[in-house]
Design a protein around this ligand. Sequence first.
Ligand SMILES: [Cu+2]
Length: 467
Amino acid sequence: MKNTLNRRHFFAGAAATAVAATSVSRVALAAIPEAVQQTSADTAGPWTPPGVTGAGRPYNPVVTLNGWTAPWRMNNGAKEFHLVAEPVVREMAPGFHVNMWGYNGQSPGPTIEVVEGDRVRIYVTNRLPEHTTIHWHGQRLPNGMDGVGGVNQPAIAPGKTFVYEFTARRPGTFMYHPHADEMVQMAMGMMGFWVTHPKQKHPLIEDVQRDYCFLLNAFDVEPGSMTPQINTMLDFNIWSFNSRVFPAISPLVARMGERVRVRVGNLTMTNHPVHIHGIEFEVTGTDGGPTPKGSRWPEVTADVAVGQMRQLEFIADEPGDWAMHCHKSHHTMGAMGHSVPTMIGVDHSGLVAPLQRAVPDYMVMGERGMADMGEMEMELPANTFPMMTGTGPYGPIEMGGMFTMLKVRADQKPGDYTDPGWYTMPPGTQARLVETSDAPAASRPATPAQPANANARKPQAGSGHQH
Ligand SMILES: [Cu+2]
C-alpha cells in the first residue's frame, strides 16, 4: 500500500525494518482495507499522510516510541483502518522476546492518528483464540461504538471481523484496549495509542516541533520463560515503555529551543510518577482534554495513575542527555531485582557453598549494595535481560525497565529523530573527583554530651508534651 512505502525508519536497525506491504490493486479491490503488519520493534519515523489529510490543517505527526502509526485509506470521505487482534512475539529488548497478544504484528498496536472532525472507520479482525472487543478510551462517540462486550455489542468471536465507525469529535490524547476478558487481554499486551490533532488553531493546544507518545505497561514474565503470567495483580517484574525496556527504548531527541510534547498513557495495575531531568514541564492535557491554562503549574514529575493519560510539555532549552524515567525505583529494574534479600552489611562468606548445595542457583548479591550488579556479567537464564543495565560514556547506568533519555542538542536538525549519541560536556561543567587533601575540611559541631539518663529525653506522661 502506498502509505507504507512512504514510511521512514530513523532508528537503529532501520535497514532490517520491513513493513509487509501488499499491492495497491489488491487493496483497491478489497471491501476491507489491507491490515498492514509491522515486523520491527524500532521507532518508526513520523508519518505524514500523502496527499489527502482529511479534515483540518496540516499537523506535526506524533512519534510513537518503539512503535508506529497505522496507515489508512480514504474511502468516500472516511479514513479506514484495519486492526487485527492476534498473538505476536514482541522483542522487549534484543535477546528478550515475549509471547504477547497485540495488533498487526506488534504490541502495543499501531498508533491511530487522525484529525478532529475526521470520519473514522476501523475494521477489527479477531485472530485470537478467544473473543475480544475494542474500547476507544476517552472518545466521544455513539454508545454502540464504545466497545464494552456484552453492554454495547456482542464480543467479536475468533475469526470474525467487526467494524467501528464514528467521528473524532474531540482533539487530544486517547488509547484503545479490549473490553472483553480484560484482565487476560491487557496482561498479554493488548493496547494502543490514539492521537486526534485539532482541525484548526486551538487556544489550549500549542503547536509543537516534537510530539512523542507511548504507553506504560507491565508484564510478569519469569526469567527464562516467554509468556506473561496473566493472573498477576501487583507483583509484575517487567516494567516498560511501549513494551520495551531500557536500554532498548528509543531516546526522545530535540533541537535546542523546540517545544516538545510527551503523551503518556498508563494501562498497568499501578501508578507511575514520570520524571524528566533538566527541564520543567506543564501538564497541558489529559485523556479528558486540554487543561485550562490557569490550572497548569511547573512540574518535573507527573504521576500517571492507572487508566490515565497525561500530556507533558516543555521547551527543550538545556542541552545534554537527560534521564527520563518512572520515579518508582523498582520500575527501573529488570526481572531479577525485586525478590532479592537485603544483604547490605551482612558478611555471608562461608554461607554460599552450603546454600548452593540446597539451592543450586543461589547467588549472593548486595553485601555492599547492589551497584556491583550494574557491571556484573552474570550468567542469565535464557530469554531475559539483566536487572540493571545500559552503559554510558562514564560506566554502567544501573537502570533497566521504565527509563530512557531526553537528548537535547543545538545541532539536531529540525525533524531529525536520529540518536545523536552521547553528549559532550563543555570543559569545566562536569562533576569531578577531588583529592581529599584539596577538599575543604568539613566543620563538625562538637559531639553533645550523652545525657546521663537516656530516658530523660523521652516525653513523660503528663509532662506537657502532648500536642
Ligand atoms: Cu513506575
